[in-house]
Structure formats: C-alpha cells, structure tokens
Ligand binder design. Structure first.
Ligand code: ZN
Ligand code: ZN
Length: 234
C-alpha cells in the first residue's frame, strides 16, 4: 500500500487527480496483461460471457485482432446455448396451461428474460472501479497524515467527480470541511480568471500582458470531465 501513497504524493505534486490516474493505470495494466495471458484466461472468458466489454473498451480491444478469436469462440458458444435454452423454456411456457392467463404468461416471460440479461460489469470497467475505490481509501489516509493537507491545499488536484466521491466517503468532518474550503477557493480563483479573460478581450485592455487566465479553460475542462463517460466512450 505504501507504493500507492507514494504515487498519490507524486500526483498531488504534479497537480494530477490521483483517482483518475490510478483508474487509468488499472486500465493500462489490463491491456498489458491481456497481451501476456488474459487473452487465454478462462475466468476472463466467463466474465465476458456474463456481460461483455462496454462499447468504449470493446473498441480498444479490437486492436488485438485475431488474438480475440479463442475468447469469442467461448463467449458466442455460451450465448448460443443460452438462447437455445431460452427458446426451449419459452416453448414449454407457451404449451403450458398458464398461457391462457395472459398476465401470468407476461410475468413468467419477463422472468425468463432475466436469464439473458448481463450480470457482470465490463472487465476493464471493473478494474477501473476497483482502482477508484482503493485510491479513495488511500487518499483519505494521505490527507489524514500530518503535513499532507498543507501540500494539497495550495494546488488542489482532484477532479469534480472524485472530489464528490471523497466527500461522500469521508469519515472525518475536518477533512470534509478542508476539501470543501480548498476547492471553493480554487473555483473562486478560476471564476476571477474567467472574468479577467473576458476583460482583456475588450479593445481598451487588449494591450495588457496575457497571463494565467488564458489557460483557465483547460484547468476547468480537466476538472469537470465526466469520468463515467471517459470509461465508456473514449
Ligand atoms: Zn479524477
Ligand atoms: Zn468498460
């Protein structure tokens, strides 16, 4: 766990959201291991059979080309059996005496549909989610250690989604207040920089030297990127 704390220290010093970074690292590790052994791993095959990859990660995985053949032979074989089984049960249902009670038939039919529904997350999304949860725990630990709030305060680096996650999982009221105050200060500072940007667009002040206000849009963009969407659409 110490390596995670050291990582958090580095990300805080670099102004990078530690949770986003750890989720990205988890995803990269998945792809590295996919190349080495996951492509032939039965437990991964089973997980994919019960949910599949999300659209974004499926698109990335397509880069492995024919290496995916074994996995999808397994997955599609499972789907074929499932659908065949579904058809058989549907046939039994339609032949039964219950078919005359249409509300009961609809109810039993809906229950049958559940056997086709996915019950597992995309494996890459699942690894990202585990990394998110672990990093939140470690970040609370980091902020509880002496001296670390003084390091975090001047350069708050959490993105909005992970700030919200930190506030939702905080067990320490002082830490909650600290995070809210620090990020309020950051948002107020950015608000001033936005005003400054538009003030300098006015021809009367256009000759003034340009400063930080020229880059505030980028900081705001990084801060407010929707992490759930990153996982599904990148
Ligand atoms: Zn983040
Ligand atoms: Zn995914």
């Amino acid at each position: 766990m110490d390596y995670l704390l050291r990582g958090i220290e580095r990300y805080v010093a670099a102004g990078e959201c530690p949770v986003c970074r750890e989720m990205w690292e988890a995803e990269e590790a998945f792809y590295r291991w996919f190349d080495i052994e996951y492509y032939g791993s039965l437990s991964l095959f089973e997980q994919v059979s019960r949910g599949g990859f999300c659209a974004g990660h499926g698109k990335k995985l397509a880069a492995y080309g024919p290496l995916l053949t074994g996995m999808y032979q397994f997955v599609l074989g499972g789907r074929l059996k499932l659908l065949d089984n579904y058809r058989m049960r549907l046939g039994i249902l339609l032949m039964s005496v219950w078919r005359k009670l249409s509300f009961l038939l609809r109810f039993l039919h809906r229950r049958l549909d559940k056997m086709l529904a996915a019950d597992k997350l995309c494996p890459v999304c699942e690894d990202r989610e585990s990394a998110r949860k672990l990093c939140l725990i470690m970040l609370h630990r980091y902020l509880a250690a002496p001296g670390n709030r003084a390091k975090y305060g001047p350069n708050p680096c959490l993105c909005w989604d992970h700030l919200v996650d930190m506030l939702a999982t905080s067990q320490d009221f002082a830490e909650t207040i600290f995070l809210v105050e620090v990020h309020l200060g950051q948002l107020r500072d950015w608000e001033k920089q936005f005003s400054e940007y538009f003030r300098k667009l006015d021809y009367r002040f256009a000759a003034e030297a340009k400063g930080q206000e020229q880059h505030v849009w980028h900081k705001a963009l990084r801060f407010s990127v929707n992490q759930a969407k990153v996982a599904k659409e990148e």
